[in-house]
Design a protein around this ligand. Structure first.
Ligand code: HEM
Length: 152
């Protein structure tokens, strides 16, 4: 399923503002996931700073870790690629499928954990840009999640 040209335009404008501050916003979304859904920390075995402080640190402290900030940029950069293909379902699938397959087979991430990241991202959008923006971008995360599940 692709988005209508109008929905894609609205959602892209929402995303552009969030992506302007990619490092902070990426780290906030990840740190909230680690703090609120502790099992997600265990996927990130290579993140030694995270592993040592995850039990005790606040979400703000986790968001300040270099490895979380770097990873936040990678995640947001991948989302940025997806957002650029919202009206072209084949291109969207082509961007999502390899990443979804890697998470499914190599990283062994439960597909339901994607819901956590998307909810955290939508909450951040709501905080920064209000309910209409959150609703507009939910159409995007719904499509992304559908395509991720299809590729899993
Ligand atoms: C919006 C959803 C997500 C996007 C766009 C995304 C994107 C990415 C990207 C681009 C990479 C780097 C891949 C590479 O180096 O080839 C990655 C790695 C990884 N992702 Fe995700 N991801 C998402 C959701 C998740 C979720 C929900 C989890 C688990 C809770 C997760 C766990 C991981 C892990 C463990 C790695 C490897 C980290 C490392 O050791 O460097 N991802 N992800």
């Amino acid at each position: 399923m692709a988005l209508s040209a109008e929905d894609a335009k609205t959602a892209s404008a929402v995303w552009e503002k969030i992506y302007t501050d990619v490092e902070d916003n990426g780290a906030v979304v990840l740190s909230r996931m680690f703090k609120e859904h502790h099992h997600t920390v265990s996927y990130f075995k290579n993140f030694t700073q995270l592993q040592s402080v995850a039990e005790t640190a606040s979400a703000q402290e986790i968001a300040a870790l270099a490895e979380v900030r770097t990873h936040g940029k990678k995640v947001f950069s991948a989302l940025n690629d997806m957002v650029s293909h919202l009206t072209n379902v084949d291109a969207l699938k082509g961007t999502i499928a390899p990443l979804a397959k890697k998470h499914a087979t190599e990283l062994k991430v439960d597909v339901k954990d994607f819901v956590i990241i998307f909810e955290n991202l939508l909450d951040l959008i709501g905080e920064k840009q209000g309910g209409d923006a959150k609703e507009a971008f939910k159409k995007v995360t719904d499509v992304m999640y559908e395509e991720i599940k299809a590729a899993y």
